[in-house]
Design a binder for this molecule. Sequence first.
Ligand code: C2E
Ligand code: MG
Ligand code: MG
Ligand code: MG
Length: 292
Amino acid sequence: QADIAMYEVKAHGRNDLCFFDPQMQATINARAQLERDLHAALKNNEFELYYQPQYTLQGQVVGAEVLIRWHHPERGMVSPIEFISVAEESELIMHIGQWVLRTACEQLAAWRTQPAASALQLSVNLSARQLQQREIVAQVLSILEETGAPTHLLKLELTESTVLVNVDESIAKMGQLKAQGVHFSVDDFGTGHSSLAYLTQLPLDQLKIDQSFVRNIGLKPTDGVIVQTIIGMARNLGLEVIAEGVETQLQQEFLAEHGCTLYQGYLFCKPVPLTAFTTLLAQTQQPDAITQ
Ligand code: C2E
Ligand code: MG
Ligand code: MG
Ligand code: MG
């Protein structure tokens, strides 16, 4: 690369050779700007939760996954794919994560008196760094208490890698939350490296089949086999199973044929703002209250 300049830097009393790449510097600057913007976003209320409904085979809405959206004052809508990973590199994710949890729980509490919504579960994504946090259990419990959200309607989504950062600690923390009624789902299931042995030790309620496998149903036979295997595994472990990223009728039929009971994806509904979700609820059937 022609635009790489070399600088000699005196450090620790010796001459270290450093490479300076303007492209790399631009990336670093952009990242620093993003971090500053995220701090401002928290202060200025620029985040919003979108709701993506989760359906039974009969078309009933049993809950929703909440997905964060950021309305950047200059850039418009910024995808969580772009900013969550940056937030995860600092304390920012704790603050954003808390905001998401609190907002979701406030919504659960507000729905308590609305018959069309009072049995809905909300799935909240939890980052590895949040789970690793020493006070996470106390934080989740105090948010539940302060908002008055029914504990059993909160479902936390963790990826396999999140859990594996420190398995024993994860099991202990999840166990404490589970004892209070909080539910757990393994997000993006099948893409990580968790072994069956670990899996059975975790106090789980649900496996969520990763959308990369769902996408390849009918296209890549081995992914079809993986999907079948996950559904079978969930059944044998007594866990609920949900497919994410369901986009086609063919995918849905394959999943149903193999025993998948819950569905989430563009075929049914995209993630939508609260008002649209509420409208949708009024037009869809809900099953009877889930009590546990
Ligand atoms: P995820 O938790 O696996 O969420 C599923 C993603 O798939 C969402 O992307 C959703 O909009 C998208 N999706 C849903 N149905 C379909 C479909 O049929 N086809 C396709 N192609 N995509 C579909 P989104 O909202 O952009 O979020 C991306 C990721 O960002 C999430 O993946 C999650 O890891 C992270 N994320 C989002 N919100 C939060 C949050 O509040 N906290 C944390 N820690 N992470 C979040
Ligand atoms: Mg998720
Ligand atoms: Mg996922
Ligand atoms: Mg994902």
